[in-house]
Design a protein around this ligand. Structure first.
Ligand code: CMP
Length: 131
């Protein structure tokens, strides 16, 4: 997912370009505005964290670009490509180093396991929208 900060900044194209050039195949793609309930549900695992309310507010502050990406070992490969959650700790050349501004406004989201990837893919896309 490309988050509202990066969509607002006009960085969606550059981010998708970096993802494609890194060998990922796009299997689904859409621009969507999350409602408060949807953002709360997507990040429900973080509901006890102090930043949850602010995160939900941020994630509903504008549209996001949701995508399903395919590659060998995709979860790990994508997490390497995007870099650390906090852009201050992200490696040079990673998407978060290039485009993120803070630990919350960190430009992109990536699933943290194959199991969560399936859940998150189904959150955004029905079977007609996936190739
Ligand atoms: P993401 O990879 O989408 O997973 C959870 C999100 O919560 C994370 O990116 C950040 O946007 C946000 N987040 C994680 N840790 C913090 C923090 N310490 N303060 C504020 N936001 C955070």
């Amino acid at each position: 997912m490309i988050k509202p900060d990066a969509v607002r900044a006009g960085d969606s194209g550059l981010i998708l370009d970096q993802i494609i050039r890194s060998g990922f195949e796009i299997k689904a793609l859409k621009l969507v505005q999350l409602s408060q309930k949807e953002a709360e549900a997507f990040y429900a695992v973080h509901c006890e964290r102090p930043f949850y309310g602010s995160l939900v507010e941020f994630m509903t502050s504008g549209p996001v670009v949701a995508a399903i990406l395919e590659k060998e070992n995709a979860v790990e490969a994508y997490r390497t490509l995007i870099g650390s959650t906090n852009p201050e700790n992200a490696a040079e050349g990673t998407i978060r180093k290039r485009f993120a501004s803070s630990i919350q406004n960190n430009a992109v989201h990536g699933s943290d396991s194959d199991e969560n990837a399936e859940i998150e893919c189904s959150f955004f896309f029905n079977h007609f929208e996936r190739v």
